[in-house]
Design a protein around this ligand. Sequence first.
Ligand SMILES: Nc1nc2c(ncn2[C@@H]2O[C@H](COP(=O)(O)OP(=O)(O)O)[C@@H](O)[C@H]2O)c(=O)[nH]1
Ligand SMILES: [Mg+2]
Ligand SMILES: [Zn+2]
Length: 275
Amino acid sequence: MRGTIVKIISNLYTVETEQGRKECRARGRFRKDLLTPLVGDQCLIDEKQNYILEIFPRKNFLSRPTIANVDVALIVTSVKKPNLSLNLLDKMISVVTIHQIQPVLCFTKLDLLSKLEKKEIKSISSYYKKLGISVITNQEYKKLNKILKQKMVVVTGQTGAGKSTLLNKLNKNLHLRTDEISESLGRGKHTTRHVELFSIRNFYIADTPGFSSLDLNQITKEEIRDSFIEFQNFTCPFNNCMHDKEKNCQVKIAVENGKILKSRYENYLNFIKNR
Ligand SMILES: Nc1nc2c(ncn2[C@@H]2O[C@H](COP(=O)(O)OP(=O)(O)O)[C@@H](O)[C@H]2O)c(=O)[nH]1
Ligand SMILES: [Mg+2]
Ligand SMILES: [Zn+2]
Protein backbone atom coordinates (compact mmCIF):
# COMPACT_ATOMS: atom_id res chain seq x y z
CA MET A 1 0.00 0.00 0.00
CA ARG A 2 1.22 3.52 -0.83
CA GLY A 3 1.28 6.38 1.61
CA THR A 4 2.82 9.65 2.68
CA ILE A 5 4.94 10.03 5.79
CA VAL A 6 3.31 12.85 7.76
CA LYS A 7 5.05 12.60 11.12
CA ILE A 8 8.23 11.08 12.53
CA ILE A 9 8.93 10.65 16.22
CA SER A 10 12.23 8.83 16.78
CA ASN A 11 11.71 5.48 15.02
CA LEU A 12 7.97 5.69 14.63
CA TYR A 13 6.64 6.86 11.29
CA THR A 14 3.06 7.97 10.83
CA VAL A 15 2.00 7.15 7.29
CA GLU A 16 -1.20 8.46 5.78
CA THR A 17 -2.79 5.99 3.39
CA GLU A 18 -6.11 5.61 1.64
CA GLN A 19 -7.23 3.65 4.68
CA GLY A 20 -6.23 6.23 7.24
CA ARG A 21 -3.10 6.66 9.31
CA LYS A 22 -0.76 3.80 10.13
CA GLU A 23 2.04 3.82 12.67
CA CYS A 24 5.00 2.11 11.01
CA ARG A 25 8.59 1.16 11.64
CA ALA A 26 11.23 1.36 8.95
CA ARG A 27 13.06 -1.76 7.85
CA GLY A 28 16.68 -2.00 8.91
CA ARG A 29 18.01 -1.76 5.41
CA PHE A 30 17.14 1.92 5.16
CA ARG A 31 19.78 2.68 7.70
CA LYS A 32 22.27 0.49 5.88
CA ASP A 33 21.59 2.35 2.63
CA LEU A 34 21.96 5.66 4.45
CA LEU A 35 18.48 6.56 3.32
CA THR A 36 16.57 8.21 6.11
CA PRO A 37 12.84 8.42 5.53
CA LEU A 38 11.64 12.02 5.76
CA VAL A 39 8.35 13.72 6.39
CA GLY A 40 6.83 14.18 2.95
CA ASP A 41 8.24 10.95 1.55
CA GLN A 42 6.04 8.74 -0.57
CA CYS A 43 6.46 5.18 0.54
CA LEU A 44 5.31 1.61 0.13
CA ILE A 45 4.21 -0.10 3.33
CA ASP A 46 3.39 -3.59 4.44
CA GLU A 47 0.10 -2.79 6.13
CA LYS A 48 -0.10 -6.13 7.97
CA GLN A 49 3.29 -5.82 9.69
CA ASN A 50 3.28 -2.00 9.72
CA TYR A 51 6.65 -1.74 8.04
CA ILE A 52 7.88 0.81 5.51
CA LEU A 53 9.25 -1.29 2.66
CA GLU A 54 10.37 1.29 0.18
CA ILE A 55 10.80 5.03 -0.28
CA PHE A 56 9.99 6.36 -3.73
CA PRO A 57 12.41 8.75 -5.44
CA ARG A 58 12.14 12.32 -4.18
CA LYS A 59 11.31 15.34 -6.25
CA ASN A 60 13.36 17.51 -3.85
CA PHE A 61 14.08 17.94 -0.19
CA LEU A 62 14.84 20.70 2.24
CA SER A 63 16.98 20.54 5.32
CA ARG A 64 16.03 22.71 8.29
CA PRO A 65 13.25 21.68 8.37
CA THR A 66 13.84 18.30 6.86
CA ILE A 67 11.02 17.63 4.48
CA ALA A 68 10.71 15.90 1.11
CA ASN A 69 8.66 16.45 -2.04
CA VAL A 70 7.71 20.05 -1.43
CA ASP A 71 5.58 21.62 -4.17
CA VAL A 72 4.89 25.08 -2.77
CA ALA A 73 6.48 27.43 -0.25
CA LEU A 74 3.95 29.81 1.20
CA ILE A 75 6.05 32.85 2.09
CA VAL A 76 4.13 34.75 4.73
CA THR A 77 5.35 38.34 4.73
CA SER A 78 4.06 40.96 7.12
CA VAL A 79 4.13 44.57 5.99
CA LYS A 80 4.32 45.89 9.55
CA LYS A 81 5.08 44.43 12.99
CA PRO A 82 7.51 42.97 11.99
CA ASN A 83 8.26 45.45 9.22
CA LEU A 84 8.41 44.42 5.60
CA SER A 85 11.76 42.85 4.77
CA LEU A 86 12.29 42.62 1.03
CA ASN A 87 15.72 41.18 1.75
CA LEU A 88 14.23 38.20 3.51
CA LEU A 89 11.51 37.87 0.88
CA ASP A 90 14.01 37.81 -1.99
CA LYS A 91 16.16 35.33 -0.10
CA MET A 92 13.21 32.99 0.38
CA ILE A 93 12.18 33.30 -3.25
CA SER A 94 15.73 32.42 -4.35
CA VAL A 95 16.13 29.50 -1.97
CA VAL A 96 12.83 27.88 -2.89
CA THR A 97 13.22 28.52 -6.62
CA ILE A 98 16.62 26.81 -6.56
CA HIS A 99 14.96 23.79 -4.91
CA GLN A 100 12.31 23.70 -7.66
CA ILE A 101 9.62 24.78 -5.25
CA GLN A 102 6.92 27.19 -6.35
CA PRO A 103 6.92 30.37 -4.24
CA VAL A 104 3.56 31.81 -3.20
CA LEU A 105 3.71 35.17 -1.53
CA CYS A 106 1.15 36.09 1.11
CA PHE A 107 1.19 39.60 2.59
CA THR A 108 -0.24 40.05 6.08
CA LYS A 109 -1.18 42.95 8.36
CA LEU A 110 -2.18 45.32 5.58
CA ASP A 111 -4.75 46.62 8.04
CA LEU A 112 -1.90 48.36 9.90
CA LEU A 113 -0.93 50.50 6.90
CA SER A 114 -1.92 54.00 5.84
CA LYS A 115 -3.44 54.52 2.39
CA LEU A 116 -0.15 55.72 1.00
CA GLU A 117 1.76 52.76 2.43
CA LYS A 118 -0.83 50.41 0.96
CA LYS A 119 -0.20 51.90 -2.46
CA GLU A 120 3.49 51.17 -2.13
CA ILE A 121 2.78 47.54 -1.28
CA LYS A 122 0.49 47.31 -4.28
CA SER A 123 3.25 48.43 -6.61
CA ILE A 124 5.75 46.01 -5.05
CA SER A 125 3.23 43.23 -5.27
CA SER A 126 2.57 43.88 -8.95
CA TYR A 127 6.30 43.59 -9.64
CA TYR A 128 6.43 40.15 -8.05
CA LYS A 129 3.28 39.14 -9.92
CA LYS A 130 4.99 40.04 -13.17
CA LEU A 131 7.71 37.56 -12.26
CA GLY A 132 5.03 34.87 -12.36
CA ILE A 133 4.71 34.56 -8.59
CA SER A 134 1.24 34.18 -7.06
CA VAL A 135 0.71 37.09 -4.69
CA ILE A 136 -2.20 37.26 -2.27
CA THR A 137 -3.09 38.73 1.10
CA ASN A 138 -4.07 36.80 4.20
CA GLN A 139 -7.69 37.84 3.64
CA GLU A 140 -7.96 35.86 0.41
CA TYR A 141 -8.60 32.36 1.75
CA LYS A 142 -10.54 31.15 -1.25
CA LYS A 143 -7.76 32.04 -3.64
CA LEU A 144 -5.24 30.46 -1.32
CA ASN A 145 -7.19 27.23 -1.08
CA LYS A 146 -7.27 27.07 -4.85
CA ILE A 147 -3.54 27.66 -5.24
CA LEU A 148 -2.65 25.07 -2.61
CA LYS A 149 -5.04 22.35 -3.80
CA GLN A 150 -3.38 18.91 -3.82
CA LYS A 151 0.00 20.40 -2.95
CA MET A 152 2.69 19.68 -0.39
CA VAL A 153 3.22 23.05 1.21
CA VAL A 154 5.75 24.51 3.62
CA VAL A 155 4.97 27.77 5.32
CA THR A 156 7.76 30.19 6.00
CA GLY A 157 8.12 33.71 7.28
CA GLN A 158 9.41 35.71 10.22
CA THR A 159 8.25 35.00 13.74
CA GLY A 160 5.11 37.05 14.25
CA ALA A 161 4.32 37.37 10.54
CA GLY A 162 0.98 35.64 11.03
CA LYS A 163 1.67 32.09 9.80
CA SER A 164 -0.20 30.22 12.52
CA THR A 165 -3.08 32.69 12.43
CA LEU A 166 -3.45 32.09 8.71
CA LEU A 167 -3.29 28.30 9.01
CA ASN A 168 -5.88 28.31 11.78
CA LYS A 169 -8.21 30.20 9.46
CA LEU A 170 -7.66 27.69 6.66
CA ASN A 171 -8.49 24.84 9.01
CA LYS A 172 -10.66 25.50 12.05
CA ASN A 173 -9.52 22.24 13.67
CA LEU A 174 -5.81 23.03 13.82
CA HIS A 175 -5.69 25.26 16.93
CA LEU A 176 -2.06 26.24 16.38
CA ARG A 177 -0.66 28.58 19.00
CA THR A 178 -0.44 32.21 17.91
CA ASP A 179 1.75 34.67 19.71
CA GLU A 180 2.26 38.32 20.29
CA ILE A 181 5.50 39.21 18.56
CA SER A 182 7.08 40.93 21.55
CA GLU A 183 8.23 37.61 23.01
CA SER A 184 11.91 37.60 22.16
CA LEU A 185 12.20 34.19 23.81
CA GLY A 186 10.20 32.82 20.92
CA ARG A 187 13.04 31.64 18.74
CA GLY A 188 14.69 29.56 21.40
CA LYS A 189 11.45 27.88 22.25
CA HIS A 190 10.75 26.98 18.65
CA THR A 191 14.04 25.34 17.77
CA THR A 192 12.51 21.88 17.93
CA ARG A 193 13.37 19.76 14.90
CA HIS A 194 10.03 18.05 15.00
CA VAL A 195 8.19 18.47 11.72
CA GLU A 196 4.62 17.45 11.28
CA LEU A 197 2.42 17.80 8.26
CA PHE A 198 -1.08 19.07 8.81
CA SER A 199 -3.64 17.92 6.36
CA ILE A 200 -5.90 20.81 5.39
CA ARG A 201 -8.74 19.78 3.09
CA ASN A 202 -6.76 18.52 0.14
CA PHE A 203 -3.30 19.79 0.80
CA TYR A 204 -0.54 19.13 3.30
CA ILE A 205 1.12 21.93 5.12
CA ALA A 206 4.08 22.14 7.48
CA ASP A 207 4.16 25.01 9.96
CA THR A 208 7.87 25.25 10.49
CA PRO A 209 9.31 28.08 12.52
CA GLY A 210 12.84 26.95 11.74
CA PHE A 211 12.42 27.36 8.03
CA SER A 212 12.98 31.09 8.24
CA SER A 213 16.61 30.39 9.07
CA LEU A 214 17.10 28.61 5.76
CA ASP A 215 20.02 30.31 4.15
CA LEU A 216 21.98 30.50 0.96
CA ASN A 217 25.15 28.86 2.28
CA GLN A 218 24.95 25.67 0.25
CA ILE A 219 24.14 27.48 -2.96
CA THR A 220 26.51 28.79 -5.66
CA LYS A 221 26.44 32.40 -6.80
CA GLU A 222 25.50 31.29 -10.33
CA GLU A 223 22.46 29.51 -8.91
CA ILE A 224 21.52 32.65 -7.01
CA ARG A 225 21.89 34.74 -10.15
CA ASP A 226 19.68 32.39 -12.14
CA SER A 227 17.02 32.42 -9.43
CA PHE A 228 16.53 36.14 -10.14
CA ILE A 229 14.57 35.18 -13.21
CA GLU A 230 13.96 38.72 -14.48
CA PHE A 231 17.71 39.10 -15.14
CA GLN A 232 17.33 36.54 -17.91
CA ASN A 233 15.36 39.07 -19.95
CA PHE A 234 18.56 40.99 -20.59
CA THR A 235 21.56 39.97 -22.65
CA CYS A 236 24.89 41.24 -21.40
CA PRO A 237 28.00 41.57 -23.58
CA PHE A 238 29.91 39.42 -21.09
CA ASN A 239 29.19 35.71 -21.31
CA ASN A 240 28.20 34.44 -17.89
CA CYS A 241 27.92 38.04 -16.59
CA MET A 242 27.42 38.24 -12.81
CA HIS A 243 25.81 41.68 -13.25
CA ASP A 244 28.20 43.19 -10.77
CA LYS A 245 31.23 45.16 -11.99
CA GLU A 246 31.11 44.08 -15.65
CA LYS A 247 31.11 46.80 -18.32
CA ASN A 248 27.86 47.52 -20.19
CA CYS A 249 25.94 45.12 -18.02
CA GLN A 250 22.38 45.26 -19.33
CA VAL A 251 20.93 44.24 -15.98
CA LYS A 252 22.53 47.25 -14.31
CA ILE A 253 21.15 49.48 -17.05
CA ALA A 254 17.70 47.95 -16.53
CA VAL A 255 17.92 48.78 -12.82
CA GLU A 256 18.77 52.39 -13.67
CA ASN A 257 15.85 52.55 -16.10
CA GLY A 258 13.45 51.22 -13.49
CA LYS A 259 12.78 47.96 -15.36
CA ILE A 260 14.21 45.93 -12.51
CA LEU A 261 13.18 46.72 -8.94
CA LYS A 262 16.14 48.38 -7.25
CA SER A 263 15.69 46.45 -4.01
CA ARG A 264 15.81 43.17 -5.95
CA TYR A 265 19.15 44.09 -7.50
CA GLU A 266 20.59 45.33 -4.20
CA ASN A 267 19.52 42.16 -2.43
CA TYR A 268 21.05 40.11 -5.23
CA LEU A 269 24.42 41.86 -4.82
CA ASN A 270 24.17 41.31 -1.10
CA PHE A 271 23.54 37.57 -1.56
CA ILE A 272 26.48 36.98 -3.92
CA LYS A 273 28.89 39.09 -1.87
CA ASN A 274 31.98 37.24 -0.56
CA ARG A 275 31.41 34.09 -2.55
N1 LIG B 1 -3.22 43.43 12.71
C1 LIG B 1 -3.00 42.17 12.32
N2 LIG B 1 -2.50 41.26 13.19
C2 LIG B 1 -2.30 39.99 12.75
C3 LIG B 1 -2.59 39.58 11.42
N3 LIG B 1 -2.26 38.28 11.29
C4 LIG B 1 -1.78 37.89 12.49
N4 LIG B 1 -1.79 38.91 13.39
C5 LIG B 1 -1.32 38.88 14.79
O1 LIG B 1 0.11 38.79 14.80
C6 LIG B 1 0.57 38.04 15.92
C7 LIG B 1 1.49 36.92 15.46
O2 LIG B 1 0.75 35.96 14.72
P1 LIG B 1 1.16 34.43 14.59
O3 LIG B 1 0.14 33.77 13.73
O4 LIG B 1 1.43 33.82 15.91
O5 LIG B 1 2.55 34.56 13.80
P2 LIG B 1 3.62 33.41 13.44
O6 LIG B 1 4.75 33.58 14.39
O7 LIG B 1 4.05 33.75 12.03
O8 LIG B 1 2.93 32.09 13.52
C8 LIG B 1 -0.68 37.53 16.63
O9 LIG B 1 -0.93 38.39 17.72
C9 LIG B 1 -1.77 37.68 15.57
O10 LIG B 1 -3.05 37.89 16.15
C10 LIG B 1 -3.15 40.60 10.51
O11 LIG B 1 -3.43 40.36 9.33
N5 LIG B 1 -3.31 41.86 11.03
MG1 LIG C 1 3.46 30.33 14.60
ZN1 LIG D 1 25.17 41.66 -16.63
